[in-house]
Write a protein that binds this ligand. Structure first.
Ligand SMILES: C[S@@+](CC[C@H](N)C(=O)[O-])C[C@H]1O[C@@H](n2cnc3c(N)ncnc32)[C@H](O)[C@@H]1O
Length: 257
């Protein structure tokens, strides 16, 4: 039996690792890295390596690295392109399991934030187990999500009394009736979809760039007043280091009675 540990490592703050994650890091014989193409992504790999150096102790370990397949961002069929990309990622992880670990060994995959939030790796492993003759089990070690880091940094609750919270993507925000949005966290937004709600007059935004990391930037206030500042900040960060990870909470103010 081979065992895979999907270890949530939080969104970039080395202090946000859980004790369970540190214990899991101590158990693995080998760590798998999927390298992303593109400038700046190496800092995410560096963060993972730093975590191993800090928390692994003296016990030696192996690493095995493969290229992370690149999604076709130009494809018209978004869902089809993502499914295709997931199939390729599944094949890459399967190949690592087959070639880089012996029966009885344990491999660790360090997952950004928490493995259950906008991350395909849990499904990849389920698919590998369904298709494969290899005896394989996996465990999920939860991590602090970028959402938890965002609300902690802004010192706000995720929801107000008795309120629901929507977790969604920039792509969805672009297609949703703005009137339906009362309390929503938005992720995976490369096109600043919050502009769709500008002019509403009653929306606050709590925005975070690289929350938890060394380049963290926080901006909050009335969306109409701060949207431009957020645009400028995103542009500055992209110019400086070519990428930024951001998320934000959109919250409609209650009607005055
Ligand atoms: C593929 S999802 C992974 C989410 C991750 N599993 C989590 O638990 O937060 C990547 C998206 O998460 C958000 N994200 C991840 N890390 C972030 C950070 N440090 N600061 C702000 N947003 C972050 C961004 O919206 C980014 O586009």
């Amino acid at each position: 039996m081979k065992t895979i540990l999907l270890i949530g490592i939080g969104p970039g703050d080395p202090d946000a690792l859980t004790l369970a994650a540190i214990k899991a890091i101590g158990r693995a014989d080998v760590f798998f890295f999927l390298e992303k193409e593109g400038e700046g992504k190496d800092s995410l790999i560096r963060f993972r390596q730093q975590i191993l150096q800090t928390h692994r102790g003296d016990r030696p370990y192996r690493t095995a690295t493969s290229q992370n397949p690149v999604r076709d961002h130009a494809a018209k069929d978004y869902v089809g392109a993502v499914k295709d990309w997931h199939r390729q990622r599944t094949a890459v992880i399967k190949a690592l399991i087959e070639s880089e670990m012996a029966d009885g060994e344990t491999a660790g995959l360090l997952i950004w934030g928490d493995p259950s939030l906008y991350d395909g790796t849990i499904q990849h492993l389920r698919d590998i187990i369904d298709e494969s003759s290899t005896e394989l089990s996996f465990e999920v070690i939860p991590g602090i999500t970028s959402i938890q880091m965002l609300t902690a940094r802004h010192k706000i609750p995720l929801n107000r009394i008795g309120e629901s919270i929507t977790i969604t993507t920039g792509r969805q925000i672009e297609q949703t009736d703005p009137g339906l949005i009362t309390n929503a966290v938005v992720m995976l937004d490369s096109r600043s979809a919050f502009h769709r709600l500008e002019g509403s007059g009653d929306i606050d935004i709590y925005w975070g760039g690289d929350v938890g990391g060394p380049d963290e930037v926080l901006i909050s206030g009335s969306l109409d007043e701060v949207a431009e500042r957020i645009d400028q900040t995103i542009a500055e960060q992209r110019a400086r280091k070519s990428w930024i990870m951001d998320n934000y909470l959109l919250r409609r103010r209650p009607k005055q009675s």
